[in-house]
Design a protein around this ligand. Sequence first.
Ligand code: FES
Length: 63
Amino acid sequence: MKNRLICQCYNIYTKDIEEEIKNGTGTYKDLVDKTRIGIMCSACCRDTENVFNTLKEQYEKHK
Ligand code: FES
């Protein structure tokens, strides 16, 4: 997945989400708890969840 900014409020990129997954973040809720992504303006929530699920699936396939 090409690296791009997902959450403008917290300056979180797809690469950051990928890192979180590698470091054991197992669910979208865990990601929100750890990074606070999506809790400021909420504009990125849907995108974040889609990106998280896609990256998580890819990670599971290649681990
Ligand atoms: S863009 Fe992610 S909380 Fe605002």
